[in-house]
Ligand binder design. Structure first.
Ligand SMILES: [Zn+2]
Length: 380
């Protein structure tokens, strides 16, 4: 099953429908009906399926179907094939996160045989890697459904350790509109690059302050909110005072930290620069746009879903991670969520991505225990 799933090139820019069709047919063959939630162009779809009673909420196993690009990466084997070497499987998505989906799908006959009164839901999403886009349509569909999953396990790579929290992320763009002039007459222009640099420097100061003063949560690495500028573009020629400059920055915040406060602080900094810009032209200005937001995940360590994940893995503690997932969005929609899946985030997104066979065995043990538990609930 891992081989089949890795074989579909589901890089986020591509359609994922071939993979979704394959999964839908597979579920059909086992008598499990699935529902698709398409994007606006019907090029991509989320899949949602329920094994067992349809009239009540159950345990959702969720994973994203898309993978990050392999462009410019040096791969020793075909990234869209599985190469087995040294007790590892190599291929794009082996860790992030097709092995989890494959193990869950392979367990479908077992889930059916368990004949449980608690349903298992399988959710596959698209465009997770480009900002958790696809899952939002699925959540909308679940919000309007008569029943929704009572808890969710997302199989992102955590080395099969239950994870109850991750940071939130805001992706922002700043556009500075200046005023062009000959650089010999720079006093007549508004230099968009320099003003952008001023704001970037403020972002850097805020990032340093977060690092120096917290708040801190030692469960995360690093244990504080980070802010950084990722790209910048501006100006046309050295002898022209640049009119436009644009840069993208992000805030990755602890669940306890409020990104709105940081955004407001930056907006105040920008506002303070405006008078000197407007003195030369009222048409100059500074704009901020938030183009993506992923809420933080923060599930109680003694919640039902966290205890379930612990009992299925045998772990006696829960962890926190710094990478974002769809979990924050599920939690926001009222579905308690933990992250627990095979493989390591260390291998994700890299050339020669791999997963250890032992991780796959642990994931198999996890779904066997889940099926056992469902069976016992039926017997009870
Ligand atoms: Zn992932």
């Amino acid at each position: 099953m891992i081989e089949r799933l890795v074989g579909f090139d589901t890089t986020s820019r591509e359609s994922n429908l071939a993979l979704i069709d394959f999964v839908r047919n597979y579920l059909d063959d086992h008598g499990v009906r699935s529902e698709l939630v398409f994007d606006a162009e019907r090029r991509k779809a989320n899949l949602f399926a329920t094994i067992g009673p349809q009239d009540r909420g159950g345990i959702m196993l969720s994973g994203h179907s898309d993978v990050v690009p392999v462009d410019g990466q040096d791969w020793a084997s075909d990234p869209f094939g599985v190469a087995a070497r040294d007790d590892r499987l190599y291929g794009r998505g082996t860790s992030d996160m097709k092995s989890f989906i494959a193990v869950a799908l392979a367990a479908v006959p077992e889930f059916i045989a368990a004949g449980s009164r608690t349903p298992i839901h399988i959710a596959l999403t698209y465009d997770e890697e480009v900002g958790c886009i696809g899952v939002r349509g699925l959540i909308e569909r679940l919000r309007n459904a008569p029943v929704r999953p009572t808890l969710c396990i997302i199989g992102e790579p955590t080395l099969m350790q239950p994870v109850v929290a991750h940071k939130g992320k805001r992706s922002l763009r700043c556009r500075v509109h200046g005023l062009e002039s000959h650089s010999a007459l720079s006093h007549e222009g508004v230099n968009a690059v320099e003003i952008a640099s001023d704001i970037v420097a403020q972002i850097r100061r805020m990032a340093k302050r977060k690092r120096a003063e917290g708040p801190y949560d030692p469960g995360f690495s690093p244990p504080y909110t980070t802010i950084h500028t990722g790209t910048i573009a501006g100006g046309t020629a050295l002898n022209i005072v640049p009119r436009e400059c644009r840069f993208d920055f992000e805030i990755r915040h602890l669940p306890v930290d409020d990104p709105e406060t940081l955004k407001a602080e930056l907006a105040r900094h920008a506002d303070a620069i405006l008078p000197e810009m407007h003195a030369l032209s009222p048409r100059t200005g500074i704009e901020f746009e938030e183009f993506n937001a992923i809420p933080a995940l923060s599930t109680e360590a003694d919640s039902e879903v966290a205890r379930l994940a612990q009992s299925l893995t045998g772990a006696n503690s829960v962890g926190k991670v710094s990478f974002g997932t769809e979990g924050g969005l599920y939690q926001q929609a009222g579905i308690p969520t933990v992250i627990c899946g095979p493989g390591s985030i260390e291998q994700a997104h890299r050339p020669n991505e791999w997963i250890a066979l032992d991780q796959i065995r642990q994931c198999e043990a996890f779904v066997h225990r889940l099926a056992d538990r469902l069976r016992r609930r039926t017997d009870a």
